[in-house]
Each structure stands twice: as structure tokens, then as C-alpha cells.
Design a protein around this ligand. Structure first.
Ligand code: SF4
Length: 178
């Protein structure tokens, strides 16, 4: 039998295995992330390499790209985001169903990068919450994979109540997201 992922922590014995519901949900979420690539420039090319056969993101259950926000749960922002594009990015994030995660790939998405100019957003966390930042200009595919593994870790260990918590609501409200 091929072992695809490790079973969550639990109690096992001959003929039985018991664990908790949140661990099973976390395992399922972490190993079936559907990314929505929001790629605007050079970092997007690195992401394309990450999807290629050499790096093979399918190993982590994330080969299914979704260009429809409603069928994705991992927003990958890779590239320079202009201030004009900020509201579009926010709308895409808004349209994604919970639970959802955001990976900021590269210096431009994370902080504006070398473009400290009037037209470039100085980090996407000015308009949407970010879960993991990947540094680099551009980051190598290995770094992007590392970022996705960190997101998997968050998804795997997240409490099922987190998205309903007052803290989470407050955080969304600080971004003017209902
Ligand atoms: S961080 Fe560097 S490689 Fe990535 S989009 Fe910006 S300029 Fe291009």
C-alpha cells in the first residue's frame, strides 16, 4: 500500500485507530490546497518553474491551479502589485471562501521590493492579511515550496474555531473585510 501522508496523532492498537476530528480535517486541508496564482511579473515565472516537472508541486497535493477564487483556498501573490491593482487583489481575496490562506512570494509582493515609487503598493498586507512571506528577488522554487509547506503546517494545526473567533473577525475588520 502506498502511504501518501502520515496519519494524524492518535491512539492505535490492533484493529483500531482513534484520533480527533480537528486533526483529520487539518490533515485533509493541508494536503489538498488549491492555489490561485495571482502573478504579475518576474516572481510569477519562478512560480511557473515551481509547477514544472522538476519541482512538481503535485507532490504536496497542490497541482490543481484555480483561476476561480471560489474554488481555491490558497492565494499566491507573486510579483509587483501596483496601487491600482490593490482593490482587484482585495476583491479576489474577498471572493475566496473560508478557510483561506495567503502566500506572499518575493520582495515586491511582501514590501514593494526595489520599487519604492508612487505607483507601487509597499506590501500586499496593506490590503489583505498575509499568512506566510517568502523573501527573495526572485525567490527560488525551493523557497516557494518551503512557503507552501509552512502554509500546510498552519492548515494542519489550525483550530476549527479560529475563523469564528472574535480575534479573527477583528483582524478582518481591520482590513475592512466583512
Ligand atoms: S521581487 Fe524581484 S523578481 Fe520578484 S517581481 Fe519583484 S523585481 Fe521581480
Amino acid at each position: 500500500m502506498v502511504k501518501i501522508v502520515d496519519a494524524p496523532a492518535g491512539v492505535e492498537g490492533q484493529g483500531f485507530f482513534a484520533t480527533s476530528f480537528d486533526k483529520v480535517i487539518g490533515m485533509a486541508r493541508a494536503n489538498s490546497l488549491w492555489p490561485l496564482p495571482f502573478a504579475t511579473s518576474c516572481c510569477g515565472i519562478e512560480f511557473m518553474a515551481t509547477m514544472g516537472a522538476n519541482y512538481d508541486l503535485a507532490r504536496f497535493g497542490s497541482e490543481r491551479m484555480s483561476f476561480s477564487p471560489r474554488q481555491s483556498d490558497l492565494l499566491i501573490v507573486a510579483g509587483t502589485i501596483s496601487k491600482k491593482l490593490g482593490p482587484v487583489l482585495k476583491q479576489v481575496y474577498d471572493q475566496m471562501a473560508e478557510p483561506k490562506w495567503v502566500l506572499s512570494v518575493g520582495a515586491c509582493a511582501s514590501s514593494g521590493g526595489i520599487f519604492d515609487t508612487y505607483s507601487v503598493l509597499q506590501g500586499i498586507d496593506h490590503v489583505i492579511p498575509v499568512d506566510v512571506y517568502v523573501p527573495g528577488c526572485p525567490p527560488r522554487p525551493e523557497q516557494i515550496i518551503e512557503g507552501i509547506l509552512k502554509i500546510q503546517e498552519l492548515a494542519r494545526t489550525e483550530s476549527l474555531r479560529r475563523r469564528d473567533s472574535p480575534e479573527y473577525r477583528k483582524m478582518l475588520e481591520s482590513y475592512n473585510i466583512q
